[in-house]
Ligand binder design. Structure first.
Ligand code: UD1
Ligand code: CA
Length: 454
């Protein structure tokens, strides 16, 4: 169907979250609730999305971005009123998805199916409904003896018999835009909560001779609304499982999906093995046949093929193929680590380029440095990059050999093939193929121990 728009209701207070933040900016798998809903709508093919904001509106705008279309609902007078606020932004002649900002598990497939159901059955309104074991709190779908939808009745307005109905309103709908506009003008607040109920438009449309229907979900998890932190954690676990299954279907082994946290935008190529306790976040890309984890965290980084990352943290960096990282390495932002490099235990890299074949095996800090190919770092090397005011760069040529416990006081350059002697504090450039030695000569005092008077 063409000309489908969307309204996302996100003006409510969400008091049960007990939070200083708007409910819809809380995150599931690293992405705000309202962003999940927005993206599901976009993927379902909507051409325009209007976000209704009110309570803590600045937070919602900041999280979705200023380039979206917002309308302000100053007073939260109910879901019907929220939709009324958005209607001036929409044209008649198509249909509109009405979505809630706190239903993050809804998929674009379900929205597409609902739109299809709506247009095939030529309906004025389609409610996305579900049968659930515990319907308490939800609006109930009232059907006639022949199974036609007659109305939605809210929990607080329901009779004892109506409360026994287990088919509930998910709070997500598809409406004919023009007919919704007309029905909204007939809404009133004669109900238990004194609000404009969007759900009353169903009865109004029927009264005016239009047909409405319900698209009943098979997977109830999708329509779960988040009202408190327990539901937030439940949604997190459902979403985490969903993401992990997508990667497993694509040929990735995840040893324990329960303890693996993968963000929605992460790409993992086939035959990777993800070990427990691993978090892959942001726009991270992992090439084929990598082994990541256990207990590693990679954020906004690109990793080549066949690389292993063990108990390590990598942020905003690029790592090549067949690299060995960890255990216990920390690669801070803006590093480029080329192929076949080793970054071993207790090594920290920051804002540095490391060319291929270089080995930084243990207990070393490399910051603000450009390191050539096949360089060997002895244990305990430190680039002294900060003079308390400015950062300075260290440059190390191909095939250089940095002795154990070398301090490289930047700005400084070690030429190609040069060596530094163990324990040196290098403050001047070391020319190509030279040995830089900067330490006191050893003096042995013969028989010193015997002669000492203790
Ligand atoms: C609503 C439905 C109910 C359904 C349930 C599903 C109505 C009257 N009832 O009830 O049938 O089973 O959702 O979760 O619609 N909002 C605004 N402005 C307002 C009021 C609400 O933007 O003035 C937003 C809220 O932020 C939320 C959404 O609309 O995102 C739903 O509002 P909420 O108050 O949670 O509705 P429910 O009582 O849960
Ligand atoms: Ca709700």
């Amino acid at each position: 169907m063409s000309n489908v728009s969307a309204i996302i209701m996100a003006a409510g207070a969400g008091t049960r979250m007990k939070s200083a933040y708007s409910k819809v900016v809380h995150k599931v798998c690293g992405t705000p609730l309202v962003q999940w809903v927005y993206d599901a709508g976009e993927e379902a093919g909507v051409s325009k999305t209007v976000v209704v904001v009110g309570h803590k509106s600045e937070q919602v705008k900041e999280c979705l971005g200023e380039n979206k279309l917002y309308v302000l609902q100053e007073k939260q007078l109910g879901t019907g009123h929220a939709v009324m606020c958005a209607m001036p932004e929409l044209d008649d002649g198509g249909c509109v998805l009405v979505l809630s900002g706190d239903v993050p598990l809804i998929t674009s497939e379900t929205l597409k199916n609902a739109i299809e159901y709506h247009s095939e059955n030529r309906l004025a309104a389609t409610i996305i409904s579900a049968k659930i074991d515990n319907p308490f709190g939800y609006g109930r779908i009232i059907r006639s003896e022949t199974g036609d939808v007659k109305a939605i009745v809210e929990e607080k307005d329901a009779t004892g018999a109506q409360k026994l109905i287990t088919e509930i309103n998910s709070g997500l709908y598809c409406f004919d835009t023009g007919l919704l506009r007309a029905a909204l003008s007939e809404l009133n607040t004669n109900n238990a909560q004194g609000e404009y109920y969007l759900t009353d438009t169903i009865g109004i449309l029927l009264k005016n001779g239009y047909s409405v229907g319900a698209y009943q979900m098979t997977d109830n998890k999708e329509i779960m609304g988040i009202n408190d932190r327990m539901q937030l954690a439940q949604a997190e676990s459902v979403m985490r499982k969903r993401i992990a299954e997508k990667h497993m279907k694509n040929g990735v082994t995840i040893i324990d999906p329960e303890s693996t946290y993968i963000g929605p935008k992460v790409t993992i190529e086939r035959d990777c093995v993800i070990l427990p306790g691993t978090m892959l976040e942001g726009n991270t890309v992992i090439g084929e046949e990598c082994e990541i984890g256990p207990s590693s965290r990679i954020t906004d980084s690109e990793i080549g093929c066949g690389t292993t990352v063990e108990n390590s943290v990598i942020k905003e960096s690029t790592v090549g193929s067949n690299v060995k990282i960890g255990p216990f390495a920390y690669i801070r932002p803006n590093c480029k680590v080329a192929d076949n490099v080793k970054v071993g235990d207790f090594v920290e890299l920051k804002n540095s380029n490391i060319e291929s074949g270089t080995k930084i095996s243990h207990l070393t800090y490399v910051g603000d440095s450009d390191v050539g190919k096949n360089v060997n770092f002895g244990c305990g090397t430190v680039t002294v990059n900060y003079d308390s005011k400015k950062k300075h760069r260290t440059t190390i040529g191909d095939n250089a050999f940095i002795g154990c416990n070398t301090n490289l006081v930047a700005p400084v350059e070690v030429g190609r093939g040069a060596y530094t002697a163990a324990g040196s504090t290098i403050t001047e450039n070391v020319p190509e193929d030279a040995l830089g030695i900067a330490r006191n000569r050893q003096v042995n005092k013969e028989n010193w121990v015997k002669n000492k008077k203790f």
